[in-house]
Design a protein. Structure first.
Length: 40
């Protein structure tokens, strides 16, 4: 049970970190991406 709990916690943390980074990247890079498209 303990190894399973640890594995689940690690998976949840990894998924949460990916979602967290993705959300911040979208917020921070949304303006830069728009400017890049405009420059093209």
């Amino acid at each position: 049970m303990i190894p399973n709990i640890i594995a689940i916690l690690c998976t949840v943390l990894m998924i949460g970190a990916v979602i967290w980074i993705t959300l911040f990247d979208h917020k921070n890079s949304s303006d830069s991406e728009k400017t890049d498209e405009g420059n093209k």
